[in-house]
Design a protein around this ligand. Structure first.
Ligand code: TEU
Ligand code: CA
Length: 540
């Protein structure tokens, strides 16, 4: 298999609205990101996945794009964007753009034309259907609650929106749509970007009349066509967001000989703390035994036909230390354990902004504190269905998207140093004890665990190419080996608040690679693992 830069690097996701505000309007912006590139270079990352910065009315914080070739006014200008690309390049950081082409904003010029009349040249850029029996064409639902069909009085038809009604779905069956998207992608490629993260890309082959949304029959044909028309042969990082992917499906996207994408984000592990067959709001505790099984399956099954992306959180998911770690007594060791575990697996690791300092979820008490459209719609829907307010708020505090979107806590000054004004979303009140400045000043901080992991990846091919092998242990302990040529590493993780015994009589540990407690590990035949203890050690 040919080697690529994106297999050897670590990616950092920036959610621009919450990263750093440079002009006091309370909204993070491109100049803010530029001002923190030295920080990211210090961390050691090789690429930034930049959540959308395009022109947008912000119904879904930039995932509703009204102009793909212009910058959101609050974020800056195209000159700022060019500056970001070139300043990042100087620091060996590539910019991976978010490509949101399953849908546009309803304020995009294509949609404004499309809804003008049934015979408008842009009508077929979107998915319009006649009413059925005086109502919606079928039962397709929006991810943001309610029907996926919105009636348009003027032309008497419904349009499809799998997300908010301000995010009409593009009609990928229309060749003109595909060509327009490829042209736009080439505009960005010509600017020297490092690749694309492709929003809900598994939906573009939908067949709405057959109730098929994900993994439609023409999905891979479109991706191969896109590859050829745009990034093919340019060694760019392309990662598809694919909620329903199994390892078999992931291979279709990422087998090198198929010429589609570099890798996908799979979410199988992310569904483990929700009740089967229900929504993410329907909570259940994480079964760590299952987590190990799922992750180990992905580690081994892709083989050489694909490549894993490794991530715990993003702008849609709660903060991992709050979700599966312990954000109180064991915040620091559990955050470090989660970092070591993730970065020691095979694949490209992604860090979500703030994860590297162990930022936590921010609990709310009331509807008035919710910003995110997904949570707001769900709240209203569930109140109407008779759910208890306290239960809904609990679901939002556990799984809501605002949790990960609070501003980055840079220091202990007002508003955590994110802005000199009023932030668009309230800062987490724990910023006085959790912030970048303190993390940089403390050589034992979570930040330096991440920094070390990133450096280790640069120095040790085994971290990138080594095979993964899960060792059988009791459920709360996650133990695996990486094996490469004559080298072997042992990685041990206690995924709990309790002390656990672990016996590995046949393994002789050598030098320590990284750990989150500072005692020596000279013998693993009868270990007493401390709460959330984690270490990686060479095997003799
Ligand atoms: O997310 C896709 C998606 O399915 C999520 O919205 C998901 O439904 C939810 O967050 C978790 O249950 C992508 C983007 O990452 C997200 O921010 C956008 O809102 C969405 O697409 C629409 O563009
Ligand atoms: Ca700003």
């Amino acid at each position: 298999m040919q080697k690529h830069w994106w297999q050897e690097t670590t990616v950092y996701q920036v959610y621009p609205r919450s990263f750093k505000d440079s002009n006091g309007d309370g909204i993070g912006d491109l100049q803010g990101i530029i001002s923190r590139l030295d920080y990211l270079q210090n961390l050691g990352i090789g690429a930034i996945w930049l959540s959308p910065v395009y022109r947008s009315p912000n119904d879904d914080n930039g995932y509703d794009i009204s102009d793909y070739q212009n910058i959101m006014k609050e974020f800056g200008t195209m000159n700022d964007m060019d500056e970001l690309i070139s300043e990042a390049k100087k620091r060996n950081i590539r910019i991976v753009m978010d490509l949101v082409v399953n849908h546009t904003s309803d304020e995009h010029k294509w949609f404004i034309e499309s809804k003008k009349s049934k015979d408008n040249p842009y009508r077929d850029f979107y998915i319009w259907r006649d009413p059925k029996d005086g109502g919606v064409p079928n039962k397709l639902e929006s991810s943001f609650s309610g029907s996926a069909w919105q009636f348009d009085e003027k032309t008497g038809q419904y349009y499809l929106h799998l997300f908010s009604k301000k995010q009409p779905d593009l009609n990928w069956e229309n060749e003109k749509v595909r060509q327009a998207v490829y042209k736009m992608m080439n505009f960005w490629i010509d600017k020297g970007i490092g690749g694309f993260r492709m929003d809900v890309i598994d939906l573009i082959g939908k067949q709405p009349d057959k109730m098929i949304t994900g993994n439609g029959p023409k999905l891979h044909e479109y991706l191969q066509e896109m590859n050829q028309a745009t990034f093919g042969g340019k060694d760019m990082l392309t990662v598809g967001e694919t909620w329903g992917a199994t390892p078999e499906i992931a291979k279709l996207y990422s087998s090198p000989e198929r010429h589609e994408l570099s890798m996908v984000f799979q979410f199988e592990h992310s569904g483990l703390d929700q009740q089967p067959g229900k929504e993410k709001w329907d909570l259940q505790p994480l079964d760590i035994g299952k987590l190990k099984k799922v992750l180990a399956k992905w580690q081994t099954e892709l083989g050489d036909e694909g490549w894993n992306s490794l991530f715990w959180n993003n702008h849609d998911l709660p903060r991992i230390v709050s979700r599966w770690g312990n954000d109180q007594e064991y915040r620091v060791p559990s955050a470090k354990m989660l970092a070591i575990l993730l970065h020691m697996m095979k694949g490209t690791p992604y860090i979500y902004q703030g994860e590297e300092i162990g930022m936590t979820n921010k609990p709310i008490k009331d509807f008035s504190e919710i910003s995110d459209i997904e949570s707001r719609n769900m709240y209203r829907e569930r109140i109407a269905k008779g759910y208890k307010k306290a239960d809904i708020i609990k679901s939002i505090n556990t799984k809501g998207r605002d949790n990960a979107r609070t501003p980055i806590q840079w220091n202990e000054s007002a508003q955590a140093g994110f802005t000199t004004g009023t932030p668009w979303l309230e800062v987490n009140p724990n910023y006085k004890s959790i912030n970048v400045q303190d993390a940089l000043n403390d050589s034992n901080s979570i930040f330096y665990t991440y920094k070390k992991l990133i450096q280790l990846r640069k120095d040790n091919p085994i971290m990138i190419w080594g095979d993964f092998k899960l060792l059988e242990t009791e459920p709360d302990i996650f133990v695996f080996e990486r094996i490469y040529q004559s080298e072997k590493w042992l990685i041990v993780n206690n995924f709990s608040n309790d002390i656990h015994r672990l016996q590995l009589p046949d393994i002789k540990p050598g030098s320590m690679i990284i750990q989150n407690y500072d005692h020596a590990i000279t013998d693993v035949s009868n270990l007493e693992l401390q709460p959330w203890e984690s270490f990686a050690v060479k095997v003799e």
